[in-house]
Ligand binder design. Structure first.
Ligand SMILES: NC(=O)c1ccc[n+]([C@@H]2O[C@H](COP(=O)([O-])OP(=O)(O)OC[C@H]3O[C@@H](n4cnc5c(N)ncnc54)[C@H](O)[C@@H]3O)[C@@H](O)[C@H]2O)c1
Length: 260
């Protein structure tokens, strides 16, 4: 039977790698992304062309794919994405991957707008997806999976990124409680905590610290290199599989030893 997964922030980076990995495992996909830049962020986001190209690559792997412009800050967008997924078959997995770097600066100087931007996507975007999709996951019973792509910043305070770190801590706390609330249903809920992964967001982080390139983050990990998005996707791929049925309420660090 077709298994359907929803992925937010799928147009590029880690989200796109997750979509490709799930397609490779035969998951039908509903892929959402905001597909619009936010001038306040100071770096470009994924676009419709990225999302369309990804969908084609996944279809080449033989699975049905629908795409939606979906801003995780907007409940109606998430409802439409989950409805589009349900039209493909039973929704058994949801991956809350969309994230932004809302702004930077010493913690005590961050204005409310920065804190709000980080919370709106990195925390409330996870909550919003759970609201829309958990009833479907409960119908899937012990095959239901909720995974949030959080960050090493969900357990560590990153310099100059207090509001991003706070929002990621909040997302992690939410998913831990979600796992508890789902305990009678058989649905699992887990977090993946990536370290420095070679994506456009990491390039934006390098600019925060005045680094010449994102490659400079490699020295903070025990592997001495950046992660590839596919390495993070591999953890998500496993967490949504039936093999991971005994894992819930946990946070899986995929950070090259950064927090180890
Ligand atoms: N790259 C890293 O080093 C790293 C490390 C730790 C955690 N993460 C987390 O991994 C996830 C993916 O990050 P990435 O590095 O691939 O970043 P990215 O910027 O390359 O991709 C993020 C995607 O999310 C989309 N997005 C942004 N705001 C959205 C919104 N409101 N609604 C829907 N989609 C939205 C963007 O358009 C983009 O396609 C994020 O949650 C991020 O916080 C990344």
């Amino acid at each position: 039977m077709t298994r359907v997964a929803v992925v937010t922030g799928a147009a590029r980076g880690i989200g796109a790698a997750i979509a490709r990995a799930l397609a490779d495992d035969g998951w039908a996909l509903a892929l959402g992304d905001v597909c619009t830049d936010d001038p306040a962020l100071g770096y470009a986001l994924g676009c419709q062309a990225d999302l369309d190209a990804l969908a084609d690559r996944c279809r080449d792997l033989g699975v049905p794919v629908v795409t939606q412009v979906c801003d995780v800050r907007v409940a109606a967008d998430l409802e439409r994405l989950v409805s589009a997924a349900a039209a493909l078959g039973p929704v058994e997995a949801a991956v809350a991957n969309a994230g932004v770097l809302g702004g930077s600066g010493p913690a005590w100087t961050l204005p409310d707008q920065v804190i709000e931007r980080d919370l709106a996507v990195n925390y409330r975007g996870v909550v919003g997806l759970a609201r829309s999709v958990v009833p479907s996951l409960i119908e899937a019973g012990s095959r239901g999976r909720f995974v949030a792509v959080v960050s090493a910043a969900g357990t560590t305070g990153l310099p100059l990124l207090a509001s991003y770190s706070a929002a990621k801590h909040a997302a992690l706390g939410f998913v831990r409680s979600l796992a508890t609330d789902l305990s009678d249903s058989g649905v699992t809920a887990n977090c993946v905590l990536p370290g420095s992964t070679d994506t456009a967001m990491l390039a934006a982080s390098a600019a925060v610290y005045g680094l010449a390139s994102s490659g400079d983050f490699a020295r903070h990990s025990r592997t001495g290199r950046l992660l590839r998005p596919e390495e993070v996707a591999a953890a998500v791929r496993w967490l949504v599989s039936t093999d991971a049925s005994g894992v819930t309420g946990t946070s899986l660090a995929v950070d090259g030893g950064f927090t180890g």
